[in-house]
Structure formats: structure tokens, C-alpha cells
Design a protein around this ligand. Sequence first.
Ligand SMILES: [Zn+2]
Length: 151
Amino acid sequence: MSISKEIDTYVLRTPLRYSVEANVRSLTSLLNRLAARDHSSAEDLERLATELSGRYFGGRLRPQSIRWVTNQNVSRWASTTTSTGDIRVSHRLQSVPRWVLETVIVHELVHLQIGEHSKEFHALADRHPRQAEAKLYLEGFSAGEHFSRGN
Ligand SMILES: [Zn+2]
């Protein structure tokens, strides 16, 4: 098996009988490490959550854990388990600009405190000034993913 980079695309070469499906987790993490964007590692995600909590919530909203997951339901970008304080972020967001990822993390940080999308919820989440813009970005990003899958 080999991976090479051609301009902005990774090319994976495997024997015909190699199952990409069976190895999708390790391949995903391998590709993620290769992509090495400024926010793609687990440590970076934790650092970003801490930074955003400090910037918008006086450091008050801190997850118990925050990490990338590859098994997120396709329609969701991230999820928070309020009872445990665990935040899970879809690996699909590893390729979006940092400000978009920030709005998603801020949204989930607020869920640590408020479960439903109430008025107070949005008042807190909108402390990040680009929430509305990010929503549009993510709608387009999602549509693009569908398009490239041929759906
Ligand atoms: Zn939500």
C-alpha cells in the first residue's frame, strides 16, 4: 500500500484485494495525520476548545473530553453528551476553515450547559460572530459532499 500526494489530492494505492472499507478507520486517521492541518490533531482540538471557552465564556464551559470521530451520523457535524460533558466532532470538519470549526465547537460548548436550541442557547452560541455565515458555509459544504458522492 502506498500514499502519495498530488497537488491537493492524496492518492492511495492498494492491492486489489485490500479492503478499504474494513480499514477505513486506520486509513482515515492516517490520512488525517498526513493532512496535518492546523486543527486536525486531537491535541489541537482540545487546545481550540480551551481557547474558545476562554474567549467567549470566560473559561466556564469546558468539555470533559473533545475528540474527532469518524462514525458521526452523516447529517451531524458534532454532538455533545450533556451528562458526561463529552464532545465528539465529525472528522469531515477537518477540512473546513478554522473559523467554521470554531463556530461548531462554540455551539457544542453551549450544549454543555443548555440542551435545547432555545433563545438563551442562541444568545450564547452567537457570541461567536460568524455563526450565521458558518451555517451557510456548512450547508454548501454538505451539498458539495453529496454532489461528489454522486447522490
Ligand atoms: Zn445543537
